[in-house]
Design a protein around this ligand. Structure first.
Ligand code: SF4
Ligand code: MG
Length: 312
């Protein structure tokens, strides 16, 4: 992604004034083959919009999304990029068509390929077996639990041998005991097939489990980018610090975050009227005078580690 922004026009009521909302604001990031990049932030910060831009489900208002140096065309069966970037969504109950057998659902992304039907079915069954669901291709989504449905969604994402899989909160709708199974499955899948993951979650612990590199997003902008170990040992940006402090103590406590600010106070401001200067300033415990007036620039802290904050 090269300076990618996405704006939406929203209207209040039928005759209300139209306003522009910038859901993603000037995001640049690179994803290498076989890599896992985590994207973390509160709900409403633009993470899902970013995921949809990466998949070509949304077009950027500004900037470019490139796959191997070529501009990504809009998602469509006939494009050269079809099937190369897949998505696993948050809700395993609505992401599968209840009227299709799971085999048909898993085979669906192959529809555009000139491939005999029997071959598509065979590949779908093979992918179902890969995710631990052998011999169930003829059954329907309602016969499966949430964790199993998410396995089916992973099988469907894998069936085209994609280069990139965008996982948008893939375990947030699942019970804690099932979350670990699905996360382990995603790790296994990556070892076997090496897709790159863009892994989106509001939960830093989940992102840290999967991703060696993490980006923290706030109100449409990336505010810190760091190797996982750096971030957990001591994040640079006050917002990242607050996310760490809000993690369950079993995980954060071991990493010595006692001196960090308490869990975040206040609501995420509306992206319709983002705060001036540093967008985090109304909630930042460390804000100083300049924060209200000027947006902080990127500051490089170490190789692969940078953040945007006036205090750095
Ligand atoms: Fe806080 Fe100011 Fe840094 Fe923004 S720039 S994170 S308001 S200290
Ligand atoms: Mg979301």
């Amino acid at each position: 992604l090269d300076g990618v922004s996405r704006r939406f026009t929203v209207r209040r009521g039928w005759f209300g004034e139209q306003r522009e909302l910038t859901a993603v604001d000037g995001v640049s990031l690179g994803l290498r083959r076989g890599e896992s990049l985590g994207l973390v932030g509160e709900s409403g910060c633009g993470k899902s919009t970013l995921g949809r831009l990466v998949c070509g489900l949304l077009a950027p208002s500004a900037g470019r999304v490139l796959l191997e140096g070529r501009a990504l065309p809009p998602a469509g069966a006939d494009s050269w990029a079809a099937g190369r970037i897949q998505m696993v969504f948050q809700d395993p109950f609505s992401s599968l068509n209840p009227r299709l057998s799971v085999r048909a659902s898993v085979a669906e992304p192959l529809a555009a390929r000139s491939m005999p039907r029997a071959e598509r079915r065979r590949l779908a069954d093979e992918m179902l077996a890969t995710v631990g669901l052998k011999g169930v291709g003829g059954r329907y989504p309602h016969e499966f639990s949430g964790g199993q449905r998410q396995r089916i969604a992973v099988a469907r994402a894998l069936v085209t041998s994609p280069d990139v899989i965008v996982c948008d909160e893939p375990v947030s709708a699942l019970d804690a005991s099932v979350q670990a199974q699905v996360l382990n499955l995603l790790c296994d899948v990556q070892e076997r097939f090496s897709p790159a993951y863009l892994f989106i979650s509001h939960d830093l612990a989940v992102v840290g489990f999967i991703c060696p590199r993490i980006m923290v997003m706030y109100l449409g902008q990336v505010v810190e980018e760091a190797p996982r170990e750096r971030l957990f040992a001591g994040a640079a940006h006050p917002y990242s610090q607050a996310l760490l402090a809000a993690m369950p103590t079993g995980m954060a406590g071991e990493r010595g975050v006692e001196s960090l600010p308490q869990a975040l106070e206040g609501e995420l401001p509306s992206p319709l009227k983002p705060p001036s200067g540093c967008r985090f300033h109304p909630r930042c415990p460390k804000a100083v005078e300049i924060c209200r007036r000027e947006a902080p620039a990127w500051k490089d802290l170490a190789p692969g580690w940078r953040a945007r904050c006036h205090l750095l």
